[in-house]
Design a protein around this ligand. Structure first.
Ligand code: S3P
Length: 441
């Protein structure tokens, strides 16, 4: 995963977006399909799997722990589950690249197993906070070493004595919730997690899909350790977080209309639709259905004039990965958009508040960062050169900004777009963008 070539995008200004598009599979669901499929009894068949670097990091980690996994071939993966106690110690540390979800969920899943395992990642992942998972897992009895700053590498010691806890999550984080629940599978007694606000519930849904009882009662999710998972089929929907770039692009570019097909619209993930609609976007949900326990639909979007809003704080966790793109929408809206209650954005793949404020400023937009959010005054975007800081979602968001810019937008450090959206440049160019990608030596 180390030594990636540096890539930059040169995006021509203007244009409109058209077409039907199925964006790649949901990243969160893809990770979880490998994790639970590996621990299940029997063969789990996955379709629509995201062949991006993050979910492949999870897949390779389980291969390194002895799980036979066929694929991915065009999104199909067959996982030969080894059962709850069938993983092996890998020969080397597990390198999880850029993927926070892999590291946090794996630390929970491995905390109560009789295995000594070290988890490492790239420079971005090695700077991200891991105390948030180490703290509850330690309370359960896990032994996990980290740097003094509470960052990776994480050194997990063999352990078969976890006990269930009743844990109020200090922040709205699905990764922390999932880490505690996955550790709970190996703990004695009941593990309860209470969240301060609803966060994505794919772990709870998928555990139930694998036949593992999870009790859900308002903000509480709980399970009792010691059970087993039964292999199943998983159809991974298209990722609403990847569809978001086109929802924003087709909204801000004149004369545009797109249909994003088979997108996961789980109510813990659909905040972007609510926020864009509050800003005046024209978004319709079509062909809604439930596939493998997850709601899925086609989303039609047409250009529209946006206006600034105060983003309701209760929508923040439901759109947590969509703010870079939403900030571009705000830059194209009339008036001021204010985001508050979103301090979590500072500890994503980059500090998304600062990095987006810096990039928008380069493009001539007034953007004032605060501790927990950003105030953006809509205006005219100019061309310019912006830094993505190796953050996939920042890179793709600024590519969409070019649709309304008066000059070309150059975006640096774009290789990590492959973590969540392989083929982005090709797909974006087919729908109406003009992106040239080149290697930087
Ligand atoms: C994820 C949870 C979110 C999100 C991340 C994926 C998951 O992180 O930002 O991209 O799959 O559980 P937090 O739990 O840190 O909010």
């Amino acid at each position: 995963m180390q030594g990636k070539k540096s890539l930059k995008y040169q995006v021509e200004p203007g244009g409109s977006l058209h077409g039907k598009l199925r964006v790649p599979g949901d990243k969160s669901i893809s990770h979880r399909s490998i994790m639970l499929g590996s621990l299940a009894d029997g063969v789990t068949e996955v379709t629509g799997f995201l062949e991006g670097e993050d979910s492949l990091a999870t897949l390779n980690a389980f291969r390194a722990m002895g799980v036979e996994i066929e694929g991915p071939h065009a999104g199909r993966v067959s996982i030969h589950g080894v059962g709850m106690h069938g993983l092996h110690e890998p020969d080397a540390p597990l390198d999880l690249g850029n993927s926070g979800t892999s590291m946090r969920l794996l630390s929970g899943l491995l905390a109560g197993q009789d295995l000594a395992i070290t988890l490492t990642g790239d420079s971005s992942l090695s700077g991200r906070p891991m105390k948030r998972v180490i703290e509850p897992l330690t309370r359960m009895g896990a032994i996990i070493g980290a740097t003094e700053a509470g960052t990776a590498p994480l050194v997990i010691s063999p352990n078969s004595h976890l006990k269930g806890i009743d844990y109020p999550l200090p922040m709205a984080s699905a990764q922390v919730k999932s880490a505690v629940l996955l550790a709970g599978l190996y703990a004695q007694g009941e593990t309860v997690v209470t969240e301060p606000a609803p966060t994505r519930d794919h772990t709870e849904r998928m555990l139930q899909g694998f036949g593992y009882p999870v009790k859900r009662d308002g903000s509480r999710a709980s399970l009792v350790g010691g059970g087993a998972l039964k292999a199943c089929r998983i159809d991974v929907p298209a990722d609403i977080s990847s569809a978001t770039f086109f929802l924003v692009g087709a909204t801000i570019a004149p004369d545009s209309e797109m249909v994003l097909e088979h997108v996961g619209i789980n109510p813990t993930r659909d905040g972007v639709i609510s926020i864009l609609r509050l800003m005046g976007a024209d978004i319709e949900i079509e062909n809604e259905q439930t596939v493998g326990g997850e709601p899925v639909a086609d989303i039609r979007v047409r250009s529209s004039r946006l206006h600034g809003i105060d983003i309701p704080e209760d929508l923040v966790p439901l759109a947590i990965d969509e703010f870079p793109a939403l900030f571009i929408a705000a830059a194209c809206a009339e008036g001021v958009t204010r985001l508050t209650g979103a301090e979590e954005l500072r500890v994503k793949e980059s500090d998304r508040i600062q990095v987006m404020a810096d990039g928008l400023t380069v493009l001539g937009i007034e953007a004032e960062p605060t501790m927990d959010g950003l105030k953006i005054r809509g205006g005219r975007l100019t061309g310019g050169c912006v830094e993505s800081h190796g953050d996939h979602r920042i890179a793709m968001s600024f590519a969409m900004a070019a649709l309304r810019a008066s000059g070309a937008v150059e975006i640096l450090d774009c290789a990590n777009v492959n973590t969540s959206f392989p083929g982005f440049v090709h797909v974006a160019n087919q729908t109406g963008l003009h992106i040239r990608q080149s290697e930087v030596s």
